[in-house]
Design a protein around this ligand. Structure first.
Ligand code: HPA
Length: 268
């Protein structure tokens, strides 16, 4: 753990109290309203030295510490993407801070394009695995042997089982699938989508994979849920744009929130 992360954790505890955080939630594009449901203290990233700028529209760069369904959570309203800075490890410090606040798990959410007809716009998908199609890795440059992180079961099987149970209890349909990471910021071509579909990917997006690698590196259990905001390029005539992503994210977000709330209730 870096000294910077320890210092930031102390600063955050000074503002939000000492009680340990149970888990971290990273919110994807257009999914920020979950942060409004948390009863707690919001700290702008700008007040946390070293935190990323996280300036993508549809994100809210605050760290929120508080209770959701009676569980103490840290909600990262803004995530930094590789495509903003060219840095794959932009979320390393926030995740180190999460660990220093006492959490042992992280759940990432994202907006994604679907390559499956049974996963239309507005549906949600629990990630079972990923394909790092960007060729980048947030641990490049890490000097210790800890960089050789095993990635089997990176998406924690127990958390996934509990998320599935929460979805069933809430009568929310949630698919299981493989997420492919494209660096962005341009969207994929239809040929690229055809290729990753053949390779076994079910959904595509520009985030989450670096965070999951970093989380595993830091000893945090990880899980992730996508809201499908569009059919991927070439899969339909649907528009693909960031505006469309932000407009469509709330459709799946309501389902995602039900699943998360149910999961948190089970943690109490
Ligand atoms: N591709 C990449 N990222 C995305 C998409 C997509 O189709 N939809 C939402 N985020």
């Amino acid at each position: 753990m870096s000294k910077n992360a320890e210092a930031l954790a102390a600063q955050i505890k000074g503002a939000a109290g000492d009680a340990p955080v149970r888990l971290g939630l990273i919110l994807g594009s257009g999914l920020g309203h979950i942060a409004d449901e948390v009863d707690g203290v919001a700290i702008p990233y700008g007040d946390l030295p070293g935190f990323p700028h996280a300036g993508v529209s549809g994100h809210n760069p605050n760290l929120l510490i508080g209770d959701l369904e009676g569980v103490r959570v840290a909600v990262f309203g803004g995530r930094a993407h590789y495509y903003e800075s060219g840095r794959g490890d932009a979320m390393r410090l926030p995740l180190e801070v999460l660990r220093a606040l006492g959490a042992d798990m992280m759940i990432a959410t994202n907006a994604a394009g679907s390559m499956r007809d049974d996963m239309p716009t507005g549906s949600i998908m629990c990630l079972s695995d990923h394909i790092n199609f960007s060729g980048l890795n947030p641990l490049i440059g890490e000097p210790t042997d800890a960089r050789f992180v095993p990635m089997k079961d990176a998406y924690d099987p127990d958390i996934r089982k509990d998320l599935r149970a929460a979805a069933a209890a809430a009568k929310v349909e949630m698919a299981d699938g493989v997420y492919a990471w494209y660096s962005g910021p341009s969207f994929e071509t239809p040929a690229e989508i055809k290729a990753i579909k053949m390779l076994g990917a079910d959904a595509v997006g520009m985030s989450t994979v670096p965070e999951v690698i970093l989380a595993r590196f830091l000893g945090l259990k990880a899980a992730a849920i996508s809201t499908i905001t569009n059919m991927a390029a070439g899969m339909s005539d649907e528009a693909i744009s960031h505006e469309h992503t932000k407009a469509m994210a709330p459709v799946g977000a309501a389902k995602l929130e039900k699943v998360l709330r149910g999961y948190l209730c089970g943690l109490r």
